[in-house]
Design a protein around this ligand. Structure first.
Ligand SMILES: [Zn+2]
Length: 113
């Protein structure tokens, strides 16, 4: 998958996927394979949701999680999109075997946390 890397220091996270760009807070991170794999998983989520609905859902899930936990870090980590990415970022074959809409599995899991 073709993508472009951009260093953007004010980024409020280590990295962020905005298809077809990966934004990095620091130049030191731009070759971190784990981070890139994590962001590639987000690319796949974005593409299967036709990009814009991904951001809308991401925001809605975040706000629901934030309302439940009252904690930004927890709300971010409980996102089904993040759970899928964190659970599989160390598996460099994951995107070859991943089923479409795999994040749905984490959506239903996260309701019980
Ligand atoms: Zn992520």
């Amino acid at each position: 998958m073709k993508y472009w890397k951009i260093v953007f220091r004010p980024l409020p996270a280590t990295a962020m996927a905005i298809y077809p760009f990966i934004l990095f807070k620091s130049r030191n991170q731009i070759d971190n394979p784990l981070l890139i794999n994590h962001e590639m998983i987000h690319f796949r989520q974005q593409l299967e949701l036709l990009i814009l609905p991904f951001y809308l859902l991401y925001l809605i899930f975040y706000l629901i999680n934030l309302a439940k936990s009252g904690n930004h870090d927890q709300a971010y980590r409980q996102s089904c999109f993040e759970q899928e990415a964190y659970a599989n970022e160390q598996n460099f074959n994951y995107l070859k075997v991943r089923k479409s809409y795999a994040w749905l599995k984490f959506l239903f899991n996260s309701r019980h946390q």
